[in-house]
Design a protein around this ligand. Structure first.
Ligand code: P6P
Length: 286
C-alpha cells in the first residue's frame, strides 16, 4: 500500500499548488449526486486518476466526480474511493477545502475499508493518515510530509458543527442541536466537511452532524468516499459515529457507490446523546 500512499501524497501536493492560481469557474457538467462540477473538481479528479491508474496493485477507482467505477487491474487488491476536492465551492472565498480517500481491500464494503486518509488545503497542507491509529502530518519547507502527532478524541468536546439548513431539520434534530448549545457548545461550521471534521479531531472532541433533512431525507454526504473514510479515522481516534440510530456507521449497508446517509461523528458523550434523541429516549425538555 506504500506506493498508493506515496502517489496520493504527490497528488495532494499538485492539487494544493493548483488551488493557489486556478480558475474557479464552473464546468457545464454535474456529478452523479447532482453537484455542478467546478473546473477544479474535474482537474483534481484528473490529477488523481491519472497518477493512480498507473499503479498495478489498484483494482479500481471510485470518484465523486465519476458516475461509474473505473476498473483497472482485475486481480489487484485495492480499490481507492475518493472525493478529489471536497468543499470546492468554497475555494473562491478562500476557505480550507480538502481531498478524502478510502482504501478498500478487494471489495466495497464497510468491513473491507483498511485505511483512510484526507488532506486539508489550508494555511498549511496537512494530512491525516490512518491504518490502525490516525496520525497528523504537515508538509514542511522541503515538501515532505512530517509526522506531527497521533490524534485522540476525548470523551466529550465543546464544538457543535451543524450541517444542513436549519429550516430543513426535523424537530428531533432541532432539539438535539439546541440541547448542545444549551450545554454551552460552540458553533464551528465552515461548510467543508474536511475542515470541520479536522477541527474536531485536532481540538479533541465535539459533534459534526449532517442529518436527514426535508430536502435530503438520506442525507447529503456520500458513504463510500466521504462518510466511511472519516468514520474509520474517528473510531480509531476513540470517537464514535452513527446515522442517528445505528451504533456505528460501519453497520451501514452499501447498495450504490454514490449512496448518501445521514451521519454523526463525535466523542462518546455526543454520539450517545444523538442516539438518545433519535431513538426517542429524551427530548429538549430533559
Ligand atoms: P451544506 C461540501 O459541498 C459538502 O459536500 C461537505 O463538505 C459539507 O459538509 C456539506 O457539503 C455542506 O453542505 O448543505 O451544509 O452547505
Amino acid at each position: 500500500m506504500d506506493n498508493i500512499l506515496n502517489a496520493i501524497k504527490e497528488c495532494a501536493k499538485e492539487i494544493s499548488q493548483m488551488l493557489k492560481y486556478c480558475d474557479f469557474g464552473y464546468s457545464n457538467t454535474i456529478n452523479k449526486t447532482g453537484d455542478t462540477q467546478l473546473k477544479l473538481d474535474v482537474l483534481s479528479d484528473e490529477i488523481i486518476s491519472k497518477k493512480l491508474s498507473k499503479l498495478d496493485n489498484i483494482k479500481a477507482l471510485i470518484s465523486e466526480e465519476k458516475d461509474e467505477i473505473l476498473n483497472l487491474n482485475e486481480n489487484a487488491k485495492f480499490i481507492v474511493a475518493y472525493d478529489p476536492l471536497d468543499g470546492s465551492s468554497l475555494v473562491d472565498v478562500n476557505f480550507s477545502v480538502g481531498s478524502i480517500f478510502g482504501i478498500y481491500d478487494s471489495k466495497i464494503s464497510p468491513k473491507n475499508l483498511v485505511a483512510s486518509l484526507y488532506f486539508v488545503y489550508g494555511p498549511r497542507l496537512e494530512m491525516v493518515f490512518c491504518l490502525d491509529k490516525p496520525y497528523l502530518f504537515r508538509l514542511d519547507e522541503n515538501s515532505e510530509f512530517i509526522k506531527i502527532k497521533e490524534l485522540k478524541l476525548t470523551q466529550k468536546g465543546k464544538i457543535n458543527a451543524t450541517g444542513g439548513s436549519q429550516w430543513e431539520w426535523s424537530d428531533t434534530h432541532k432539539s438535539l442541536i439546541q440541547n448542545l448549545f444549551n450545554e454551552k457548545y460552540r458553533l464551528r461550521y465552515s461548510g467543508a466537511m474536511v475542515a470541520d471534521l479536522h477541527q474536531i479531531l485536532l481540538k479533541g472532541g465535539g459533534l459534526f452532524s449532517y442529518p436527514s433533512t426535508t430536502n435530503a431525507p438520506n442525507g447529503k454526504l456520500r458513504v463510500v468516499f466521504e462518510i466511511l473514510p472519516f468514520a474509520y479515522i474517528f473510531e480509531k481516534a476513540g470517537g464514535f459515529t452513527s446515522d442517528g440510530f445505528l451504533d456505528t456507521l460501519f453497520n451501514l449497508e452499501i447498495s450504490s457507490i454514490h449512496q448518501t446517509s445521514p451521519c454523526f461523528f463525535g466523542s462518546k458523550f455526543e454520539i450517545q446523546k444523538v442516539r438518545k434523541f433519535y431513538l426517542g429516549e429524551i427530548n429538549e425538555s430533559n
